[in-house]
Design a protein around this ligand. Structure first.
Ligand SMILES: [Zn+2]
Length: 418
């Protein structure tokens, strides 16, 4: 029997973009990477950008990135940017660097422009320097956008999803999805959560006419950072935190969370808050209580750590827990280093269900694709085994919070109300 699934946390346009990029994960050397780039370049228009991702030089016998001159040659002089698999580094060709106005004299806070022996950029960019480059890549035009969104939807349909929630929906996304639905190119349901500042424009677009299978379902905000950068906001310091923010980073003040809630409420909509650390989760629950937003179907996205004192508050305040258990598979080592004393607080799925949340109704599973792949099997594996396939039971993270397979699939079941 083929299951019908809901992906409760996706980024549709970014997925389409990442599907369209040259994948370098299979390359075992700089030479192979350059060959792959040269092959792709042949399929592109003269000045068309060549975007690639997934390179893993760390796994090569010679772990050096190809240089800028090699990229220029392989790419036929066109702008080329190629991400490392972890999105913290990239290499860029000469014309790409020129386009981004990055040269030997460029300094970028929290970023590195590596120089070669001649004192010129080698092509390798780290952290914020890589981001500067990426942000200067031209945005796809309307026709390309439509194709990227369509490719993403087809990819998700192929994985069994009939309903998708986009948790940072661009104001134009609902219109493009509606066109694809009306043209009969796809048939699925969408709930869109634009960033709170984009809500107004998104609702105006909806008023202009969406397909009945698309709706603006709430606003989105970011209350903290991420676990891997130790910026998820925790109640207790990390075991290996950064001196400048030992317990992570609160990216919003109490007042700002209140305002985000109220801005959504004004439109009769709930707020979906990115909150990974237990302090961020508590701050959101507090705000929902303080502002009388109980039972408005506000959502907390991620909630990787939840303090015991806050467990019952989800059901008491009518808050939806939108979880991505699949991240546990990638984060196991990071969690052991970061919160070794509080692994029992990591993704307490069983306790949340026991407190009264119903799978597929107010406890939802998703993936955060394209940060990780959207395959539901990954979250099922994490939810029932709490470890990667092939690992021994003793390596599981917080195994007391494991749930059975049927319940795990139920967290992917599309809602009856939609
Ligand atoms: Zn996300």
């Amino acid at each position: 029997m083929k299951r019908v699934l809901r992906e409760a946390h996706a980024h549709i346009f970014q997925l389409g973009r990442s599907l369209s990029m040259l994948e370098l994960g299979g390359c075992g050397s700089a030479e192979q990477m350059l060959d792959a780039i040269a092959d792709r370049a042949k399929t592109l228009g003269e000045d068309e950008w060549l975007l690639a991702q997934g390179a893993r030089p760390q796994g090569w016998d010679n772990p050096s990135w190809p240089g800028r001159a090699q990229l220029d040659q392989a790419g036929g002089g066109r702008p080329v940017v190629a991400w490392c698999f972890d999105y913290h580094a990239m290499v860029a060709s000469s014309s790409a660097l020129t386009h981004a106005r990055i040269d030997a004299s460029t300094t970028i806070e929290s970023g590195v422009v590596e120089l070669d022996e001649a004192g010129e950029p080698s092509g390798l960019l780290l952290e914020h320097a890589a981001l500067r480059m990426w942000n200067s890549v031209p945005e796809p035009d309307d026709a390309q956008r439509r194709e990227l969104v369509l490719a993403a939807c087809r990819h998700l349909i192929g994985l069994g999803f009939s309903e998708v929630h986009d948790l940072k929906a661009q104001p134009w996304l609902g219109t493009v999805l509606s066109e694809l639905l009306a043209a009969g190119e796809i048939d699925m349901r969408f709930e869109l959560f634009p960033l709170v500042p984009d809500l107004k424009a998104s609702i105006e677009a909806q008023r202009a006419g969406f397909d009945e299978r698309v709706r603006i379902a709430g606003g989105k905000c970011f209350v903290d950072g991420t676990l891997n950068s130790r910026t998820a906001w925790m109640l207790h310091p990390y075991a290996d935190g950064r001196p400048e923010h030992p317990s992570g980073v609160a990216m919003m003040t109490t007042k700002q969370i209140d305002n985000a809630l109220l801005a959504c409420k004004e439109h009769g909509l709930p707020l979906a808050s990115h909150a990974i650390g237990d302090a961020a989760v508590r701050a959101v629950l507090d705000a929902i209580e303080r502002n009388g937003c109980e039972r408005t179907r506000c959502r907390i996205e991620h909630a990787e750590l939840i303090d015991a004192a806050d467990l019952r508050r989800f059901v008491e305040l009518g808050v939806i827990a939108s979880l991505q258990p699949c991240h546990l598979l990638a984060d196991m080592e990071a969690l052991r280093r970061a919160v070794p004393d509080r692994l029992d607080r990591v993704l307490p799925i069983r306790s949340l269900l026991k407190s009264g949340l119903a799978p597929g109704v107010d406890l939802l599973f998703g993936s955060d694709v394209p940060i990780v792949r959207a395959d539901a099997e990954d979250s099922i594996q994490a939810a029932i085994h709490r470890r990667r396939a092939g690992m021994s039971e003793s390596e599981s993270i917080n195994p007391g919070e494991a749930i059975d397979e049927e319940t795990a699939w139920a967290c992917f079941a599309p809602g009856s109300e939609s």
